[in-house]
Design a protein around this ligand. Structure first.
Ligand SMILES: Cc1ncc(COP(=O)(O)O)c(C=O)c1O
Length: 416
């Protein structure tokens, strides 16, 4: 054989060896790509919930809890109830359905005959479908060691600075309150803040020159908890003194003995009216703006009073979480309210503060967008008001003229 053709033959052999190697490499790459695609895309079980020894996507301890939460949330209650993680365990050790009023049975499919609606009190459950729709944004994971301490480090605070910042952002974005020159004090609901604020505005019972107790009043029809709460703790600092009507006509003299603290609820519960203080002069006002959110009322201007009370129960519907807050202009009044919260409950549940942070963030993310919670809430309320239940309510309104006894015996148009 010619030396030249031997060289050519060797070169040909080398070329085909290289080609063979390339073919093996390509098919190996292709196979790997197919396996990965199957793993990530075509796999029937979502990867996060796959039991792969507890290391899916870097998640470990939260997986079983997430799986349990989703399994309970998926229990079918016929659209007339739902199962909760902390519900009473039924057959199979799983919590069963908790049925809405007028429904019964293991899956809430049985309508209770002759069931009547209780219009005297309500729950903000009309927002539940919104949070089901935003299940991802509204979910919060709480570890077993989440904020076990009594205080937030480093300065021993008992309220979350981050939650406070987000609540201020929410007010600014909604335009329903001026927050920049106010102190923000959390309470375990606004019901809890009723006494905190009355205490903060009352004369100091321990002062050298004792003043008579402040008179706490409200205009009828009013939210009855003002009276109930004030009576529970009244004493040397303050006392429940009925409705403003009783004092407004006392020849202007009411300002001479001890002063007044007037609850002004705007929009009012139960009649929904935007209201103003009735007493003036020495009366300090606590503005309860629980319903001053766009799904309940129009917002003519951001509220800017000295002492204002808000609650998470109404804007997001999370009444069960018990978070309220006060916006207070004067530092001394804010400190006194803050001391009350500290001395009565050592601050709000840290679990609630974390959960509400997630909820406020979710509300903000959709604000003014297609899925704005206030637009959703407004649509639901409007539909109900225009429906059969609403027209019955409207017909009954003229027969509920204001009385001086408070509002607990009249139908409430709103919740609570
Ligand atoms: C006018 C008004 N203020 C305050 C509250 C109490 O709200 P929460 O205790 O849930 O913060 C209610 C509840 O219905 C209410 O109607």
């Amino acid at each position: 054989m010619e030396p030249g053709s031997r060289v050519e033959q060797q070169a040909r052999r080398r070329r085909s060896a290289v080609l063979g190697l390339l073919a093996v490499l390509c098919s190996s790459l292709l196979l790997n790509a197919l396996l990965l695609a199957h793993h990530f895309v075509l796999s029937p079980t979502p990867r996060l919930l796959r039991d792969d020894g507890g290391s899916s996507c870097g998640l470990s301890w939260s997986l079983p809890a997430a799986r349990e939460a989703e399994a309970v949330a998926a229990v079918d209650c016929s659209g007339h109830g739902q199962a909760f993680l902390d519900g009473v365990a039924g057959e199979g050790g799983r919590p069963g359905c908790e049925c809405n009023a007028c429904f019964a049975g293991p899956d809430c499919s049985l309508r209770t005959p002759n069931c009547t609606a209780d219009a005297d009190r309500g729950d903000p459950l009309f927002l539940e479908p919104y949070w089901r729709r935003h299940a991802v944004a509204g979910a919060v994971v709480i570890s077993g060691w989440h904020r076990m301490s009594y205080v937030f480090p480093p300065d021993g605070a008992f309220q979350s600075a981050e939650l406070e910042r987000h609540i201020r952002r929410l007010h600014r974005a909604v335009g329903n309150a001026v927050v920049d020159d106010k102190h923000l004090v959390f309470g375990a609901s606004s019901t809890h803040l009723i006494n905190a604020l009355v205490h903060a505005l009352s004369p100091d019972a321990g002062a050298a020159t004792a003043s008579p107790p402040a008179r706490v009043v409200a205009t009828a029809p009013y939210y009855p908890k003002y009276r109930i709460q004030t009576r529970m703790l009244d004493g040397r600092e303050y006392e429940w003194s009925g409705t403003t009507a009783r004092w407004a006509n006392v020849s202007g003299n009411y300002s001479t003995d001890g002063g007044f603290i007037e609850f002004v609820t705007s929009p009012n519960n139960p009649d929904g009216l935007l209201t103003k203080p009735v007493l003036a002069g020495s009366a300090a006002a606590i503005f309860d703006h629980a319903y001053y959110w766009p799904h309940f009322t129009h917002i003519p201007a951001p509220a800017d009073e000295d002492v204002m009370m808000f609650t998470m129960s109404k804007p997001s519907g999370h009444a069960g979480s018990r978070l309220g807050w006060a916006l207070i202009r004067d530092e001394k009044v804010a400190n006194k309210a803050s001391e009350y919260v500290h001395d009565s409950v050592l601050g709000m549940s840290r679990d609630t503060q974390l959960r509400m942070l997630g909820i406020v963030k979710a509300m903000m993310a959709n604000l003014h967008g297609e899925d704005d919670i206030f637009a959703f809430g407004h649509d639901v309320m409007r539909t109900r008001w225009r429906g059969p239940a609403g027209s019955r309510c409207r017909r009954s309104l003229p027969s509920t003229a204001p009385t001086s006894s408070g509002s607990e015996n009249r139908p409430q148009l709103m919740h609570g």
